[in-house]
Design a protein. Structure first.
Length: 117
């Protein structure tokens, strides 16, 4: 069992930056693929970024967002730069033994990110 706790969401103006953090419980953190998804009002939850040995991103965030992990701290981060109003969503941390998509094994509770124009 893995528990995920996100932090770092908030309100930011367009063009600004935020860094999300996700702290994971358990001693096998390094074995999991970790990632971030987001869900905007009225839309389906969508993949944003993932990391295991390498990193991968949705086309909509490439060049603006950076995912990283610190296995010593059981934490995964999402650095978000150049934020746009369309990035407004609840962001969810996720963990998977095999693959993050289509559905991860574990979810965090979510953190709200709001980008004002």
């Amino acid at each position: 069992q893995v528990q995920l706790v996100e932090s770092g969401g908030g309100l930011v103006q367009a063009g600004g930056s935020l860094r999300l953090s996700c702290a994971a419980s358990g001693s096998t953190f390094s074995r999991y693929a970790m990632g971030w998804f987001r869900q905007a009002p009225g839309k389906e939850r969508e993949f944003v970024a993932g990391v295991r040995s390498g990193t991968y991103y949705a086309d909509s965030v490439k060049g603006r967002f950076t995912i990283s992990r610190d296995n010593a701290k059981n934490t995964v981060y999402l650095q978000m730069n150049g934020l746009k109003p369309e990035d407004t969503a609840v962001y969810f941390c996720a963990a998977a033994i095999v693959a993050l998509t289509p559905t991860p094994d574990y979810w965090g509770q979510g953190t709200q990110v709001t980008v004002s124009s």
